[in-house]
Design a protein around this ligand. Structure first.
Ligand code: ATP
Ligand code: MG
Length: 510
């Protein structure tokens, strides 16, 4: 990176302000982003990172300030204008067209095909993009059939396909595996070495420390500082994000349940969707992790257990009672709940306000003779908002406009404040900031302490080791090893995962 003061910045922002309905969410943001740098953008949930990214990409119009791109005023400014000037953005919430193929999504809006048939030049271009980024996908696969990690790769390819000189990547790694994150980092470095600029929004401070040249910290819509990464530490960044000299806290202490009482016993569950004969159990008061590489079938095992995907074989026993044919509704009635991985598709209802999203699963609690007692409902939701510091703290807020991390808080709070007997958590802290992560970790520990059986899926091995009493390693939809988190470290677990990879003895999931 060239920090020479005479370099013309790729982006020059002066006093940028953004307000929605009179509420200001970005204030007086002034910064230069240089050609050929990887520039980190960090801050708590709702700090304004995505909003700033969307201003750069032309999706939001700044209500104050000036934006220059390569020395020329960005005006008029909208997504096509931004693209034409070389600024592309990869959104935090994936924006793919589910019914189109990988190739169609990558070239959407810039396609050269006629009558829906890809030109051979495009097929070649896609090959080239996949080779340079290291992400390999089937060009003709329909997007809705692909796991989130693959969809995230499509977003990345899509930005690359636009020959952008400046690429805003808004939390691109949230569902990628360690290996894929490394690939993405390599692709980012290659872009930097070609003189292009990457603006990298991430809650993973290790990644920010490792790959960025400079990093800008936002807090409550204002810019705290832009720093040279090499002169910072992870904890100096955390304090800058949180203010008041706060730092990251360790995992809550693990309480060992007094008695071993099986809450959930699963034998040989298979679904045809990726669960492939998994056998596991979780005792009351226990947190049990499922660790696997992306695509190993962790989520699919959980989905088969709760009945979100119909099980084709296997047995689920809940507190000693065989369960029979599972469905999500029946599972919920019996006290088994799941916080899904894909909050937009499976978790939240985007057309109803925050309050209703929180109380939705519990409406019977709030109704008397079929009439919802809205006072009680609002009281309950208000407590959840406080407990999880959902921002904005507005019961009637439009969930669609909430920052990614705050949506996640809403989704998770609705189940964590219940008293489920068994809870399946799929990536519960994805996209949430250090403060909210701690709240979620404490809530999980408290649930277990109250006697719930917790099955925890997380791509962050550290998180599983930090929270779980026991953990299973998963490959091809089966359990291949059980580990003791107290005596394992991340490197060992990763080595074990790679050792087991593809060794799943059963036939492949169809
Ligand atoms: N279209 C909109 N209408 C109203 N408010 C909005 C809109 N978009 C964003 N906001 C608000 O702006 C604030 C900043 O949101 P933003 O998405 O930029 O946060 P973020 O830093 O990206 O957070 P996260 O880490 O959770 O993704 C939030 O309070 C959010 O609710
Ligand atoms: Mg965001």
């Amino acid at each position: 990176m060239n920090l020479n003061a005479t370099t013309m910045p790729a982006i020059r922002a002066r006093g940028i302000g953004v307000a929605f309905g009179g509420i200001s969410v970005l204030r007086d943001v002034t910064l230069d982003i240089l050609p050929g740098e990887i520039h980190g953008l960090i801050g708590e949930n709702g700090a304004g990172k995505s909003t700033l990214g969307k201003v750069l990409g032309g999706y939001y119009t700044a209500s104050a300030g000036e934006l220059e791109v390569f020395g020329t005023r960005a005006h008029p400014w909208n997504p096509p204008a931004a693209l034409a000037r070389g600024v592309a953005i990869m959104h935090q919430e994936l924006q793919l067209v589910p019914d189109l193929t990988v190739a169609q999504n990558v070239f959407l809006g810039i396609e050269e095909h006629s009558f829906g048939v890809l030109k051979t030049t495009e097929a070649a271009r896609l090959d080239e993009l996949m080779a340079s980024s290291g992400f390999t996908l089937q060009p003709n696969a329909v997007v809705s059939t692909l796991p989130i990690a693959d969809q995230q790769k499509i977003e990345i390819l899509r930005a690359l396909a636009r020959h952008a000189k400046v690429i805003v990547m808004d939390e691109p790694t949230s569902s990628l595996s360690k290996g894929e994150i490394t690939q993405l980092h390599e692709a980012m470095k290659a872009l930097r070495d070609e003189g292009r600029t990457v603006i990298y929004v991430s809650h993973f401070l290790d990644d920010i420390m490792e790959i960025t040249d400079r990093v800008t910290v936002l807090r409550d819509g204002a810019l705290v500082a832009t720093k040279i990464t090499a002169q910072e530490t992870k904890s100096s960044l955390v304090s800058a994000m949180l203010g008041d000299g706060k730092t990251e806290t360790p995992f809550p202490q693990k309480k060992i349940p007094a008695k071993r009482v099986a809450a959930l016993q699963v034998t040989g569950i298979a679904s045809g969707k990726g669960a492939n004969g998994a056998t596991l159990h979780v005792n009351k008061g226990e947190i049990v992790g499922l660790i696997g590489l992306v695509g190993s079938g962790r989520s699919e095992i959980a989905r088969a257990i709760i009945g979100a995907d119909p099980a084709t074989s296997g047995e689920v026993v809940l507190e000693g009672t065989a369960y029979g044919k599972a469905s999500v509704a029946k599972s919920n009635d019996l006290g088994m709940v799941m916080v899904p991985e894909d909050r937009r598709k499976q978790g939240l209802v985007m057309t109803i306000p925050v309050c209703a999203n929180m109380t939705l699963p519990h409406l019977s609690q709030f109704s008397l003779a079929g009439i919802i007692r809205s006072g009680l409902e609002r009281l309950h939701a208000g407590r959840l908002i406080d407990h999880f510091s959902v921002r904005p703290a507005d019961l009637d807020g439009n969930i669609l406009n909430y920052s990614g991390g705050n949506q996640q808080k809403v989704l998770i709070s609705k189940w964590l404040m219940e008293d489920p007997r068994v809870i399946l958590l799929d990536e519960p802290s994805r996209g949430v900031d250090v403060g909210a992560r701690e709240t979620i970790h404490n809530a999980i520990a408290e649930l277990a302490e109250k006697g719930a059986a917790v099955l925890l899926i997380s791509s962050e091995i550290e998180e599983v080791l930090g929270l779980a009493h026991r953990a299973y390693l998963v490959d091809r939809g089966r359990i291949v090893e059980e580990i003791d988190p107290a005596t394992s470290d991340v490197a060992e677990v990763l080595a074990a995962l790679f050792r087991h990879q593809g060794t799943g003895k059963m036939e492949e999931a169809s």
